[in-house]
Structure formats: C-alpha cells, structure tokens
Design a protein around this ligand. Structure first.
Ligand SMILES: *Cc1c(COP(=O)(O)O)cnc(C)c1O
Length: 398
C-alpha cells in the first residue's frame, strides 16, 4: 500500500511537529528567545543568496553567526553607543581581546592606557606580546600618549574613566592623535554603559562594554559588546565570524531585559553613590575619596565636559596604611557583599591593589584602597553599615 503523504510516521512526526510560530491574538512585548543552530531556507537559491550576503549584512544563517534574540540586543546596544553595528561576546574580556585580534597583526604596535581593566595586562603578557604585537602603556590622563606613538602604532586603547580610580583622559584629543598616525581609537565603555559616556560620539572608532555589569544589572549573566563606526566595522565582523564567537539567545534575552531599566537604575546608583561619597569624604579615617563627580577628583573637569553623570562606583583611601585595617573594614560590613565585579543591583566592597594595576604611576606607600559598588539599597542603611566598618578598623585583636 502506498504511504499516505499526509500521515507521516512517528519518527517523522517527532521531527516535523511543534514548529508553528503563528499565535492567535496579540503579540508579546518582548522578542522571543530563539534557540537555534540551523536556519532553514525555502530553496537552495535562498540559502546561497544568504551565504553571499552574510559577511556584509546581518542575516540569520547559522547560530555561530548570531541569533535573532541577540540581534535585538545588538540593536539596543548600537543605539546606546551611537554606533553603526554591534557584535556580542561571551564575556567582556572576550570582547576586549577580539578587538586586538581584529585590528592588529604581528609587527604592529598598540598603546594601552595605564588604568585599563587589569586582566587585559595578562592577555598582553601571555598572548599579544608573544604573538608579536608590541604594547606600550601610557599615562591614564593621556598626557604622554603623543610621545609613545610610533610609526607602527595601529591601535590606541583606553578605558575612560579608568578602573579602580576613574582617571579621565581627553578622548577627542586622543582620537585626533590616533587618526593623525593612521591608528584607530578603541575605548572600554563599561563604566559609562552608553548612558553616562559615549566614546563613539567623542571620536573613538570602537567602543567595548562588559554587559556583565550595568547592562545586565542583576549579577546573573556574563556578556561583552563591541560597537564600531561604519568605517571600522568590517575587521571586527570578519574576525568574529572567523573564530565562531557567539552568545546564547537565553543570555542575550537576560541582558536585553536588563537594558530596559538601565537608565532608571543608573540614576539611582548615582544618587546613592554621591550620598555615600559625601559622607565618606567627611570621615577622619578616610584620606581620599575617588569619584569623578567630586570637584577634588583630578578628572573632574573632563567628567563635567564629557559625561552625563556618574554610577555606583566609588573608591577611597584609608588613613591607616596597614592592609589589615582595610580587611577589618570590609569584614566589618554586613550589607556590602565581599566580591569582585559590579553593576548589579547590590552593594559590594573589596580591597583593591592599585600598585599592581598601574605601571606608569607609583602607588607604593599610599594607604589601602577600598572600592565600593553602591547598590539600590536605602543609602541610609548603607551609611550605617559603612560607619560600623570604619569602627571595626580600630578593634584590633592585640
Ligand atoms: C568587568 C570588566 C570587564 C570584563 O568583563 P567580564 O564580563 O567580567 O569579562 C572589562 N572592562 C571593565 C572596565 C570591567 O569592569
């Protein structure tokens, strides 16, 4: 008996069933999580056409080149950064390292600002230098950048404001310097998150963010983004495709969900952090408070010129220079979690080693530096907790 083509057998029904995306009624507010490796086409002609166009156009052709949920997030990030297009990476660090791979070749020279996210130094030492790319660190305020440029310099990489102490550099001036030497300017914009700072609008060609931080905002997902101008785009897209780097649609969905409240959260982080910063500055146990929104910060004038606001990060130096004092302070806190990273809804505290994170500035001899991420808790409770921590400094065990 010939098989009825309208009643496929069980194994076939298991493969073919349940694929309808048509729903009756209205549509959801949010884009769907599209879990996909394979993309299906109507004909070989359509598949070949997509393959021809996918290097220059954003098309869903295979999961390793991005998925529709990730594309929705890319669009949000491109809008935040004011850039042409965006690619997503599994971590912020992977986004950073892809920039070096995409725009540099052995024999090239790169300038990196001294206040850069510290794990990048490890990438430079373990991969970039052995691969044949020469790196020079320049001062976080950019003051010696011009004298560090060489005929082989192809990339100037900055983090502004910098990690741990929030140093600022004059980004438009650095862009002019880089471009006059035929180099590109890349900026780590994790601090600004596209809300408080927009490097591409200040002349940078490439902007990178650890979406792990404020974009996601909930300490439950890792991701990095790279957004570029139209001119700088192709090397990034080509190298990312060549290496098969992609993120899961579930992770993209989580970050996309976080971005909906990014502006509202940052406004509160800023308000709470400023309350805490002003209180800290008045404490005798505190030698210095680092926050670019404070007039005494060395980068304050540039912050006023280029930034729309600040975020939940503040660092401070203790008067008591013993490392044990800083540990007693942090251990004496109960509302602040002890941990690295930041950008979630919660407050964190950690003692940071600035001396090992800077090569152009000598930090030996300074008191220990504590970095706080001020979260969305009531700042009055946070200040009570910090007062308790400062009290614990003097409770010596001996
Ligand atoms: C955290 C961070 C990164 C790295 O992001 P991960 O997602 O943790 O890899 C990069 N740059 C800055 C400034 C960061 O704070």
């Amino acid at each position: 008996m010939p098989r009825d083509s309208h009643s496929p057998r069980l194994a076939t029904r298991l493969v073919k069933g349940g694929t309808s995306t048509v729903v009756n009624g209205g549509r959801a507010v949010n884009p769907p999580v599209v879990r996909a490796s394979t993309a299906l086409f109507e004909s070989m002609a359509d598949l070949n056409d997509a393959r021809r166009r996918r290097s220059s156009e954003r098309l869903f052709t295979y999961g390793a080149r991005g998925n529709p949920t990730g594309f929705a997030l890319e669009d949000v990030v491109s809008g935040l950064e004011g850039g042409y297009r965006t690619r997503l990476f599994p971590t912020g660090l992977a986004a950073m390292t892809m920039v070096f791979l995409a725009y540099l070749r052995p024999g090239d020279h790169a300038l990196i600002s001294d206040c850069v996210y510290q794990p990048l130094r490890h990438f430079v030492d373990t991969f970039l230098e052995p691969w044949g790319v020469h790196v020079t660190y320049f001062r976080a305020d950019g003051s010696d950048a011009a004298s560090c440029m060489t005929a082989r310099t192809r990339l100037v990489y900055v983090e502004c404001p910098g990690s741990l102490l929030y140093e600022l550099c004059d980004l438009p001036a650095l862009a002019e310097l880089a471009h006059s030497h035929g180099a590109l300017l890349a900026a780590d914009n994790t601090w600004g998150s596209g809300v408080q700072y927009q490097p591409l609008k200040l002349g940078a060609d490439i902007s990178i963010m650890a979406a792990t931080k404020y974009l996601s905002g909930h300490s439950d997902v890792m991701m990095g983004t790279v957004t570029t101008t139209e001119t700088a785009w192709q090397p990034l897209a080509t190298m990312s495709d060549a290496q098969g780097v992609a993120v899961s649609p579930d992770d993209a969905y989580l970050v996309l969900r976080g971005t909906r409240t990014l502006g509202a959260r940052l406004a509160l982080h800023e308000k709470h952090a400023l309350e805490v910063a002003h209180w800290l500055a008045a404490q005798p146990a505190v030698a210095r408070v680092f926050c670019p929104a404070l007039p005494e910060h060395p980068g304050h004038a540039l912050w006023q010129r280029d930034c729309a606001g600040t975020n939940g990060l503040i660092s401070f130096e203790l008067e008591d220079v013993s490392p044990e004092a800083a540990a007693r302070f942090v251990d004496g806190l109960s509302l602040f979690g002890i941990g690295a990273s930041w950008g979630g809804f919660e407050s964190l505290a950690t003692v940071v080693n600035v001396a090992s994170a800077r090569t152009r500035e000598d930090w030996r001899g300074a008191g220990p530096i504590v970095r706080l991420h001020v979260g969305l808790e009531d700042p009055r409770d946070l200040i009570d907790d910090l007062a308790h921590g400062l009290g614990a400094i003097n409770e010596r065990g001996d």
